[in-house]
Design a protein around this ligand. Structure first.
Ligand SMILES: [Zn+2]
Length: 255
């Protein structure tokens, strides 16, 4: 006897969208109730489907999802928030892709994690805001996602000797998972230099709400340092470089 299908209703954000079969789309979703899932939206490319008219990238919607044996199926989709600027502005879209790629790579399928859902939803809202610095959103998102998935870099104690860090210029040990004092950095030899200002900025981002973090005025060299440190650490943790990182760099070169 075929197993009865289980249907559930959840808020979800569309992280990725592929063409699938003739008229269908395969979606990677981050849902409020079930975490990351893959689901198919049938017939969306054939007609302007009334139930499924909103399966655009990065939109937030309430969805009815049937758990199939092999593939989940989205049977209804009610738009809540389209985050339009993320599809209309190439830069904003590139950053949205980046945070989506981070969520895809740092989470497992079918594991509910509502704090990740909320962080993702908030970050897409911040990236849509015309007055926000996109790099600040990216750094804030990285630090808070890393905390939620258990890879928060150590910013208050030396990642090698565990002693409390003194207020001076330090290093960042990618392999060691955090800030390393000059004494231990000298011994390991591979840590990246991290100024005291850069360290204080990372700590501020880690401990303050985004409404405070967004007011930070950061010069270009400090932005570049923070980006290099965080992205080197993330690439090492995931054991791969993300495609969206290279795309953001390319956009910057043609500006
Ligand atoms: Zn140390």
């Amino acid at each position: 006897m075929p197993r009865p299908e289980r249907v559930f209703r959840t808020e979800a954000i569309i992280l990725r969208r592929y063409e699938f079969a003739e008229a269908d789309r395969l979606l990677t979703l981050y849902t409020q109730t079930t975490g990351k899932i893959r689901a198919i939206a049938k017939g969306v490319r054939k007609i302007k489907s009334r139930q499924l008219g909103h399966v655009e990238l990065f939109t937030r919607a309430v969805m009815m999802i049937s758990l199939g044996r092999e593939l989940h199926v989205v049977s209804q989709c009610e738009l809540i928030e389209p985050f339009l600027p993320l599809r209309e502005d190439l830069q904003r879209g590139a950053y949205a892709n980046y945070i989506g790629e981070l969520v895809e790579n740092f989470t497992e399928f079918d594991e509910q994690h509502e704090a990740i859902y909320d962080l993702l939803n908030n970050a897409l809202g911040w990236l849509s805001d015309p007055d926000v610095n996109l790099m600040l959103v990216a750094r804030y998102f990285e630090l808070h996602l890393l905390r939620l998935v258990g890879f928060l870099p150590s910013l208050f104690h030396c990642a090698v000797g565990q002693e409390e860090l003194e207020p001076r210029d330090q290093y960042f040990g990618v392999l060691e998972g955090g800030v390393v004092c000059p004494h231990h950095a000298n011994k390991i030899g591979t840590a990246l230099p991290l100024s005291l200002t850069a360290l204080k900025t990372l700590r501020y981002m880690q401990t303050q709400p985004f409404e405070s973090v967004r007011k930070l005025k950061i010069d270009a060299p400090l932005h570049a340092t923070l980006e290099r440190v965080m992205q080197t650490y993330i690439a090492h943790t995931l054991e791969k470089r993300l495609k969206s990182v290279e795309f953001i760099r390319r956009l910057r070169r043609i500006e």
